[in-house]
Design a protein. Structure first.
Length: 81
């Protein structure tokens, strides 16, 4: 199992299948994360606007930001095969 102990945040929207897949992947690997629901979280909306992100989910692992469904990049950062 991965031993990542930093902060993982996922910016999501309801009914986003890619968002659900990322959350399930992290849960399957027993990795805690904070979900920011962009349908109701104004601070999260400002984060997205400030950075110009439009693709979901946006996954933030430590100081690395991944826009869109990039499971390959998430695995690389977390050292998961």
């Amino acid at each position: 199992m991965p031993s990542y102990h930093g902060t993982i945040r996922i910016y999501t929207q309801p009914n986003c299948s890619y968002c659900s897949q990322i959350k399930q992947f992290l849960s399957d690997h027993q990795l805690a994360y904070e979900e920011i629901d962009l349908s109701s979280d104004q601070e999260g909306q400002r984060f997205m606007e400030k950075r110009g992100y439009s693709a979901l989910p946006v996954t933030v692992i430590g100081n690395q930001e991944i826009s869109g469904f990039r499971l390959d990049k998430i695995k690389e950062i977390l050292h998961i095969d």
